[in-house]
Design a protein around this ligand. Structure first.
Ligand code: ZN
Ligand code: ZN
Length: 274
């Protein structure tokens, strides 16, 4: 299913994200690899590797942006909640299912309402404008992959720029204008890499803390406390990335086969046991 949140701020952010990745790729290929490693096999190697990581980052971003993060289906007809005294953020007296007064539906445990998506999202972590989508149960894996690939891309870009600055280059063009352009572009890409690197590292630490602490950012903000039984770290990662071989967790495609789903095709409210 193709999923797109209509939020102008989010759409600007995703355009900026793609522009930043394309610019870094352009500078590394045109001004670093093709200028300083043109006649070496390392040039071809870095060209393939850097573009592969950039492609994987773009794929992971696309999947995180266009996947359903785990929206709770809306009921077909209006529901009567007159006998339930609860609000959108509160808990119901019946088990762990709660009621969202904005969606006017019941929602499973750990689902929260997102004001930007205007829907309740299962195990919502936060709404991320950089993917113009919520980070929730079904797309957190792609969000994590995006962070990991951008971190790799940043480190790779910094290493290639540094190497191009430090090594004497017999093949480099001696034209002063070309040399100046190369320095300008590489400085810009270095600044961009440092900014993105710091941002992505902070997000990655945040995400791993949330996964290993078994508490989403929304739950941390609400100070609900860790109320679930303790689980091993591998089990918590498996919940997010799927029950496949850990190496497959790095692929930005749907590799999980046994994830629990509460949504049926008709979009009707389901009362699965949880
Ligand atoms: Zn809701
Ligand atoms: Zn959202």
């Amino acid at each position: 299913m193709f999923f797109l949140v209509r939020d102008p701020c989010g759409i600007v952010c995703i355009i900026l994200t793609y522009l930043a990745v394309f610019y870094a790729d352009y500078v590394i290929v045109k001004w670093v690899i093709l200028q300083t490693m043109q006649n070496s096999l390392w040039g071809s190697f870095h060209m393939v590797m850097f573009n592969t990581v950039a492609f994987l980052a773009a794929m992971a971003h696309f999947r995180a942006m266009c996947s359903d993060p785990g929206t709770v289906p809306l009921p077909h007809s209006r529901m009567d909640f007159s006998d339930i005294h609860t609000d959108c953020n509160g808990g119901s007296e019946q088990e762990d299912w709660t009621v969202c007064t904005r969606c006017e539906t019941y929602r499973p445990p750990r689902a929260h309402h997102c004001r930007i998506c205007k829907r309740c999202i299962r195990r919502m972590d936060h709404h991320c404008p950089w993917i113009n989508n919520c980070v929730g149960e079904k797309n957190q894996k792609y969000f994590l992959q995006f962070l990991v690939y951008v971190a790799l891309l940043v480190l790779y870009a910094i290493a290639l720029v540094m190497a191009s600055w430090m090594e004497e280059c017999p093949d480099c063009p001696i034209d002063i204008a070309v040399k100046q352009s190369r320095i300008l572009h590489t400085v810009l890409v270095l600044v961009e890499s440092l900014l993105f690197g710091l941002f992505v590292a902070a997000m990655l630490i945040d995400q791993l803390q949330a996964i290993f602490g078994d508490e989403t950012a929304v739950e941390q903000a609400q100070e609900l406390g860790p109320y679930r039984p303790h689980k091993p770290r591998m089990a918590l990662l498996t919940e997010v990335c799927g029950r496949t071989h850990p190496l497959l967790w790095l692929l930005p495609c749907d590799t999980s086969t046994s994830r629990k789903s509460y949504q049926n095709d008709s979009g009707a409210l389901l009362t699965h046991e949880v």
